[in-house]
Design a protein around this ligand. Structure first.
Ligand SMILES: Cc1cc2nc3c(=O)[nH]c(=O)nc-3n(C[C@H](O)[C@H](O)[C@H](O)COP(=O)(O)OP(=O)(O)OC[C@H]3O[C@@H](n4cnc5c(N)ncnc54)[C@H](O)[C@@H]3O)c2cc1C
Length: 496
C-alpha cells in the first residue's frame, strides 16, 4: 500500500475502536469526539501532504518491497544526502504546525526504521525478535501507520525502581507467558497522541536490578485497540472554538494519556525484547534510534523557533516597538537560538557516520546539545513573547465580540500602529495561544521533558562526552608553564 492519504488515516481510526477515557467518560469514536476531532484532521492533513504532486519526491520514496511510494521518514539513510533529504521532508511536516505537533508520525517512524536496521541487537536476546522487528518496520512502512509510544513507569516513588514499589504491578510488567505471547499488566506514564494506530511500549527508564527488574524489561508494539489496553487522558486543551479564537489549541492539541494494561496479550510476533535488563537499558542508544529521533527533534526545533521568530517580529512591528534597544536584543536572542539549532542539525549531518548496522547515523554530540539546550531555550522564548506582548496579550476579544455591536469600539480601541484591530487581535490571540493558554503552557513542559529528564540527560552527557582531549591540552599547557618556571634563569654575563 502506498503512503496514506488523510482520509485513509481517518478510516483506519474508525475501523479500530479503542478504550479511551476522558473527563470520566469513554470515547465512542475519536474521529468525531470534540477532544480529538481537530487533531485527527491535522494529522490527516500531514498525510495528505504526501500526495501533493509537486512534493512527491520530497515526501516519498519507492518501497524496496512493494515498489509503491512510501513516506520518506521511513528511509534508512545510507549517505549524508539521505539524511538531508529526510530532514527536508520532516521540516515540511513540522512547518505545517509551526513545530507545535511534536508527535507528527515521522518522530516514531525514525525509531522503527533504526530498530529494524539494528534488528540483530534484538536477535541477540532471542533470534525470533530480529525477524519480528524487521517485519514490524515493513508493516508500519507499507501501511503508513501512525505510532504513539510509552516509555516511563508511573511516578509513584522515584527513589526505588519498579520492583520496589508497594505494588509490583504498578508499573507495566510481564505477568505470564504462553505459546501465544506475553501478558502485560500495570501502567506506563504518558503516551502522547492516543489517536495513533499502534503503540510502541519500549524501554527507557533505567532498570537497576537484574533479576527483580526482568519482568519490566521488554519492547513490543500492539494496535491501540488491543483488548485490555486503556488510555486515560488528561482533560482537553482544545476548547473546540474557532480557529480565530484558538489558532493552535483548536488544531494541534495532541493529548497525553496514561496507558493502563489489564492482562493484555502481546503475541510473540510483536515482541522485540524480553527479560534482558542490560539490553533494554541500552536499546535506544545501541540501535542508533535515539540519534534518528533527535534528528527529527532538531528539525522540529528549527520549525518552532522560526515560527516564534516570525510571530515576535510581527508583534514588534504591529505595535511599533522595534526602536527600543532591549526589544532588538530579544529578537536577536531568538535569532541566535535559531541559528544554533540549524548549526546543530547541519553538524549532525556533516559529522554523520555509518554505524555498526550499516546506517548513516547523524552525529550524536550536536544532537545531544540541541535536545538539552532547547529545554531552556524554549521557555525563554515564551518569556520573551510575554515580555514583548505585555498587556496586549490580554487585550484580545473573541470572534463573537468582533461580530457583535461592539465592533466599532473594538476597531477604535484595539487598533495597532501598523495593523487594523481585527488583524492585531488575530495576531495577539496566536501569541497568547503560544505563550499563555493551557495549550501553550503544555508546550513548555513538553519541551522541558518529552525527550527525558533534563537533569539526567545532563548527567548522561557528563558521563559520556569525551573530554579527555581538552583535559590533556590543559595539562600540557600547565606542564609548559611549570617547565618554564623551573628552567634556570639565564643571567646576563657580568662585566669584569
Ligand atoms: C507533555 C509531555 C508529553 C510526554 N509524552 C510522552 C510520550 O509520548 N511517551 C513517553 O514515553 N513519555 C512521554 N513523556 C514523559 C517524559 O519522557 C518524562 O516526562 C521524562 O522522561 C521525565 O520523567 P518523569 O516525568 O517521570 O519525571 P520524574 O522521573 O518523575 O522526575 C520528577 C523530578 O524528580 C527528579 N528526579 C527523579 N529521579 C531522578 C534521578 N534519578 N536523578 C536526578 N533527579 C531525579 C527529576 O529531575 C524531576 O525534577 C511526556 C512528558 C510530558 C511532560
Amino acid at each position: 500500500m502506498p503512503a496514506r492519504t488523510g482520509q485513509q488515516f481517518v478510516e483506519g481510526l474508525r475501523k479500530q475502536p479503542r478504550d479511551v477515557w476522558i473527563a470520566g467518560g469513554r470515547v465512542d469514536d475519536v474521529v468525531t469526539h470534540p477532544a480529538f476531532q481537530n487533531v485527527v484532521r491535522s494529522i490527516a492533513a500531514l498525510y495528505d501532504l504526501q500526495h501533493d504532486p509537486a512534493r512527491r519526491d520530497e515526501m516519498t520514496y519507492v518501497s524496496p518491497s512493494s515498489g509503491e511510494r512510501v513516506g520518506l521518514s521511513f528511509l534508512p539513510p545510507r549517505t549524508r544526502d539521505d539524511l538531508v533529504r529526510v530532514r527536508r521532508m520532516m521540516k515540511i511536516w513540522s512547518d505545517y504546525s509551526g513545530g507545535m505537533l511534536g508527535r507528527s508520525p515521522d518522530y516514531l517512524n525514525r525509531a522503527v526504521m533504526a530498530f529494524a536496521a539494528a534488528a540483530d541487537y534484538c536477535g541477540e536476546n532471542d533470534p525470533r525478535f530480529a525477524q519480528n522487528v524487521r517485519r514490524y518496520y515493513d508493516l508500519v512502512r507499507e501501511r503508513d501507520l501512525c505510532l504513539t509510544h510509552t516509555l516511563i513507569n508511573p511516578q509513584a516513588n522515584r527513589s526505588v525502581g519498579p520492583a520496589g514499589q508497594p505494588d509490583p504491578q504498578l508499573a507495566a510488567s510481564v505477568v505470564r507467558e504462553s505459546d501465544r505471547g506475553i501478558v502485560i499488566t500495570g501502567a506506563r506514564m504518558l503516551a502522547t497522541l492516543p489517536i495513533s494506530d499502534e503503540i510502541m511500549v519500549f524501554p527507557s527508564t533505567l532498570l537497576r536490578g537484574q533479576d527483580e527488574d526482568r519482568p519490566y524489561a521488554f519492547a513490543f508494539a500492539i494496535p491501540c485497540g488491543t483488548p485490555g489496553l486503556r488510555f486515560l487522558c488528561r482533560e482537553t486543551f482544545d476548547p473546540t472554538g474557532t480557529a480565530f479564537d484558538y489558532p493552535l489549541s483548536s488544531r494541534f492539541e495532541e493529548m497525553d494519556a496514561v496507558v493502563i494494561f489489564d492482562d493484555v496479550l502481546v503475541p510473540w510476533e510483536r515482541v522485540f525484547l524480553r527479560g534482558d535488563v542490560e539490553r533494554a537499558n541500552k536499546a535506544f542508544s545501541a540501535t542508533g534510534a535515539v540519534a534518528h529521533m533527535a534528528h527529527q527533534v532538531v528539525t522540529k526545533n528549527i520549525a518552532k523557533t522560526e515560527f516564534i521568530l516570525g510571530l515576535a517580529s510581527l508583534m514588534v512591528d504591529a505595535i511599533a516597538i522595534e526602536q527600543f534597544q532591549h526589544v532588538q536584543g530579544k529578537i536577536a536572542e531568538i535569532i541566535y537560538y535559531l541559528e544554533a539549532m540549524k548549526a546543530f542539525a547541519r553538524a549532525s549531518e556533516a559529522d554523520a557516520a555509518i554505524d555498526r548496522w550499516g546506517v548513516m547515523t547523524p552525529a550524536w554530540p550536536p544532537l545531544d546539545a540541541a535536545r538539552n539546550m532547547f529545554t531552556w531555550m524554549y521557555p525563554r522564548m515564551i518569556e520573551i513573547l510575554q515580555l514583548l506582548g505585555a498587556s496586549g496579550m490580554m487585550a484580545r476579544p473573541t470572534k463573537a465580540d468582533l461580530d457583535s455591536e461592539l465592533r466599532p469600539l473594538i476597531d477604535k480601541y484595539f487598533q495597532a500602529a501598523r495593523m487594523p484591530a481585527a488583524e492585531r487581535i488575530r495576531l495577539f490571540r496566536l501569541a497568547w495561544d503560544v505563550a499563555l493558554s493551557s495549550f501553550g503552557t503544555r508546550q513548555v513542559i513538553y519541551e522541558r521533558f518529552f525527550f527525558g529528564d533534563p537533569v539526567r540527560m545532563q548527567m548522561a552527557t557528563f558521563g559520556s562526552y569525551d573530554r579527555q582531549p581538552c583535559v590533556d591540552r590543559v595539562r600540557e599547557f600547565l606542564a609548559r608553564e611549570a617547565e618554564a618556571e623551573e628552567a634556570p634563569a639565564t643571567t646576563p654575563a657580568s662585566k669584569g
